[in-house]
Design a protein around this ligand. Structure first.
Ligand code: ADP
Length: 850
């Protein structure tokens, strides 16, 4: 408190004396105004016009006044402060990205920051004054967690902090981080609460993303067959994947936390290089790679290329470095092998470049180029001219053509050229290359050039040999074709010989047979009868032989057409039995016929099948000395199996094929005695082929043989065969019959005459056709028998002529000994009966059937 009772004399006022005198002020009493905390807010002063000291009541008045002023000032200030802080709160709340909601103590919203409206599109007015539980016209509902936290804070005054999922009207979910704090009144009681919610959806998403990436990294890294490491700034491994442990044989735990320099996996040099590489990546933020060598769990050396990848954190700074090790052992091996290969090529590997401007060069040539062309890789690196200068002039256009074509088709090309090096012989070179178009428009060929000089020379030599061989083959082929022609001519000659020989043999045979027949009818004594019978047997054998020859030539000529009919298996066996009964009995052999299935019917050509079977049975009897022969016919599926068994001498395995060849007989002294010329089975083979019934033989030497046929079964019962009466005696009465015989061979003619006359016939003989036609006796005969080969006219035409001169149908037969295929064909087509010589009386009588 300052009391100035005389302004004019008080030192405080010296500078302002004049001013105070002008204003008429004489005394000044002043008192400081203090706040309730004692802070000086200002000064209260009272001025007097008279020089005067305050009395006690005046002091007390001043003090009261000062107290009132201090109250007024404090209130004013508090009001201003409140307004300012309210303003600040709003400014803050309105500009915060967070949602800010103020609740009164009943949980009614008293303030909602505009962020709310922005986030939830709900007008602020609709929210103010409402509790969370009150029905919300917009349907916006705060989650239960929030509700409970607010109630908790309002009840206890404790701060709540939690995350909630808030559904947005558009269906999206946001994640909010919420704080609720209590507001307290001056007396400390809870007056409400303020809730602040921050949208952390983005952060959550990022966190999830990071977690997802980490999981992904893990699953990739855990399953990677290559070792993967993560390094920190000290090159310490933060992570090592299972592959790194599997490869090295060290457990993951021992790898994590250690550095490459720990000596576990790498040698000191490699570890130092790797660590330097890792540091470079940390510093530069750029990826890098380091090649290192290691040893696998089995002690085998391995090579790796370690790719070092920076892993930046939020600030973009590299936080960790990933080391992806790739096993390059195989690649490096292949590279080394390739390098070795290229170095040892009998030539060189190259890259040839054709620039867009048409300039040619060898950007790469392996060192072999020196051996091949006497050039260094550098000589042709920028220009191919030095190489081109060595190419044989004739081959240059070839190179250009091939290159142009390769550019056009972009396909690999190959060519051979000659290289002429001064003072050295010309050498052949082969080029293989593959074109690749480059981004800059140039074309690169990667390829090799090989020295093929030796091969070329060998080829030329081979070519000469080939020529020689071809010539040889040609000559040989010609010789063979001549030989073949000769052989064919021989076969033809054989056929002709057979035909001719059989004719010439038949003539005398015919005569002997007929004479013998005639002789036997003249009442012979016992001895003569035996001789005649033996004679007959011999003639029969000879006839048989001739018949076989004839059969064979007919079969060879393809003259025989099978006429399949239904055959009773039983009938077939009957005929065989009748024919071979006597001969087997003679040899004391049993002959058994076996057909278990009654009424089994075959379908084949009766006569041909019988001939075939006869041959087999005849052989069986012939080559069996003890035991017997069994002929069986049994059904096998849709075929009949005919088997001819014997207990004879058998056939050795090597000979089972040969026996079917013509004139083949096993050179066995025992066999030499038996008859036959080795044609029987040749006929069997040809017939079985013609009838398509196959023939097979199984045999054991000294035990016996079985020959088998497979004959089709009949399914058409109506096609019955009437087996010809093979050994039927002719029921033919010649007594008094007039028979004209035209035969130029006098002996045969006599024989026929004799034998027919023995039967009581009257025979008129002519030697030529002319004689016969010229004689009146010829006409009106009961029967005509003519030889085929007559001078001037053949027997068929003679009968035709006689028929023309006769009134009724004449009966006639032609006898022939010519068995050439053409002859047989001609006679088959004739209207007259034809008999092949030798003919015995019974055959003749059967044919005449008079
Ligand atoms: P061949 O007139 O000699 O009997 P084949 O052509 O009929 O002529 O037979 C040829 C050869 O096959 C005979 O010489 C004989 O050695 C042998 N052969 C044929 N059938 C039999 C058989 N059933 N047992 C033993 N050998 C046989």
């Amino acid at each position: 408190r300052v009391i100035v009772d005389d302004i004019m004399t008080h030192p405080y006022w010296t500078p302002y004396k004049e001013l105070a005198a002008k204003a008429g002020l004489a005394a000044c009493w002043s008192e400081p105004i203090r706040s309730s905390f004692g802070q000086v807010l200002g000064t209260f002063a009272i001025y007097q016009r008279e020089v005067h000291s305050p009395a006690a009541f005046e002091i007390s008045l001043i003090e009261k006044a000062v107290h009132l002023v201090s109250i007024a000032i404090e209130r004013k200030r508090a009001e201003e402060a409140l307004r300012a802080s309210e303003q600040e709160f709003r400014t803050l709340a309105e500009n915060l990205p967070e949602l800010l909601i103020r609740y009164d103590r009943d949980g009614r919203r008293t303030y909602v920051s505009p962020a709310m409206e922005r986030a939830f599109s709900v007008p602020t007015e609709q929210l103010i004054g409402k509790t969370l539980r009150e029905v919300n016209p917009t349907g916006m509902a705060m989650p239960e967690t929030y509700q409970r936290a607010l109630e908790h804070t309002l009840a206890t005054g404790e701060r709540s902090e939690f995350e909630v999922q808030i559904p947005l009207p558009d269906g999206n979910m946001r994640t909010g981080l919420c704080f609720i704090v209590a507001e307290r009144a001056a007396d400390g009681r809870i007056s409400g609460a303020i809730a602040v919610s921050r949208d952390i959806s983005e952060r959550k998403r990022m966190e999830n993303e990071i977690r997802r990436r980490e999981r992904k990294f893990r699953s990739l890294a855990e399953n990677s067959p290559d070792p993967i490491f993560r390094y920190d700034h000290d090159c310490r491994r933060l992570y090592a994947n299972p592959a790194s442990s599997i490869m090295s044989g060290h457990p993951v735990e021992s790898l994590v936390g250690a550095t490459p320099g720990d000596g576990h996996l790498l040698g000191a040099d490699d570890a130092a290089r790797l660590e330097a590489g890792i540091r470079r990546v940390f510093d530069s933020g750029e990826p890098g790679s380091v090649d290192v060598a290691s040893v696998d769990r089995d002690g085998r050396p391995r090579e790796y290329q370690v790719l070092l990848v920076p892993e930046p954190g939020d600030q973009g700074k590299v936080e960790t470095v990933l080391g992806l090790a790739h096993d390059t052992t195989a690649i490096r091996d292949a590279e080394r092998r390739m390098t070795d290969f290229v170095a040892n090529l009998p030539g060189f590997a190259f890259t040839f470049r054709l620039s867009p401007e048409g300039h040619c060069s060898f950007p790469f040539a392996s060192p072999g180029v020196e051996n091949l062309a006497g050039l260094k890789p550098a000589d042709v690196k920028n220009d191919w001219a030095p190489a081109l200068a060595l190419v044989h002039p004739d081959d240059v256009p070839h190179i250009i053509t091939k290159m142009t074509e390769s550019v056009r088709t972009m396909t690999p090309h190959e060519l051979e050229i000659r290289v002429c090096r001064p003072g050295l012989p010309v050498r052949w070179i082969e080029i293989h290359s593959i074109p690749l178009r480059q981004a800059d428009g140039s074309i690169l060929w990667h390829g090799i050039m090989l020295d093929v000089d030796e091969r070329k020379r060998n080829e030329a030599e081979l070519e000469r040999h080939r020529h020689h061989l071809e010539k040889l083959v040609e000559d040989r082929t010609q010789a063979l074709s001549i030989a073949k022609e000769t052989a064919e001519a021989a076969t033809r000659a054989k056929s002709q010989f057979l035909a001719a020989a059989s004719h010439d043999l038949r003539q005398p045979l015919q005569a002997i047979r007929l004479f013998n027949d005639a002789l036997s009818m003249t009442g012979l004594g016992e001895v003569q009868n035996k001789i005649s019978s033996n004679l007959s047997k011999s003639v029969n054998s000879l006839g048989e032989l001739l018949n076989q020859l004839l059969d064979l030539s007919r079969l060879d000529a393809g003259m025989i057409e099978p006429q399949p009919v239904v055959i009773q298996a039983g009938d077939l066996l009957g005929v065989i039995g009748a024919e071979f009964d006597a001969v087997s009995r003679e040899k004391s052999l049993s002959l058994n016929l076996f057909c278990p299935q009654q009424g089994l019917k075959l379908f084949s050509d009766y006569n041909l099948l019988l001939t075939l079977l006869r041959n087999l049975v005849s052989n069986a009897v012939k080559y069996t000395a003890r035991g017997g022969v069994l002929v069986s016919i049994r059904q096998r599926g849709d075929r009949a199996l005919i088997q001819v068994w014997d207990t004879g001498i058998g056939i050795s395995p090597e000979q089972t094929d040969s026996i079917f060849e013509e004139y083949f007989q096993i050179g066995n002294p025992e066999r030499a005695r038996v008859k036959g010329v080795g044609l029987g089975l040749s006929i069997v083979k040809r017939l079985s082929k013609l009838l398509d019934i196959g023939v097979r033989v199984r045999s054991r030497e000294g035990k016996g043989s079985v020959f088998e046929l497979n004959v089709p079964l009949a399914n058409e019962p109506e096609m019955h065969a009437t087996p010809p009466a093979t050994s039927a005696s002719p029921e033919c009465d010649l007594m008094g019959k007039r028979i004209v015989v035209i035969e130029d061979d006098a002996i045969v003619a006599k024989a026929i005459e004799f034998s027919l006359e023995m039967e009581g016939a009257q025979v008129i003989l002519f030697g030529t056709a002319e004689d016969a036609l010229g004689s009146a006796e010829t006409m009106g005969a009961d029967y005509y028998i003519s030889d085929y080969r007559l001078p001037g006219m053949d027997g068929l035409r003679l009968l035709d002529a006689i028929q023309r001169h006769s009134t009724g149908q004449i009966k006639g037969v032609v006898l022939t000994g010519n068995t050439s295929p053409e002859q047989i064909a001609l006679m088959q087509s004739s209207r007259w009966k034809v008999l092949i010589k030798p003919v015995d009386l019974s055959m003749l009588l059967t044919a005449m059937a008079l």
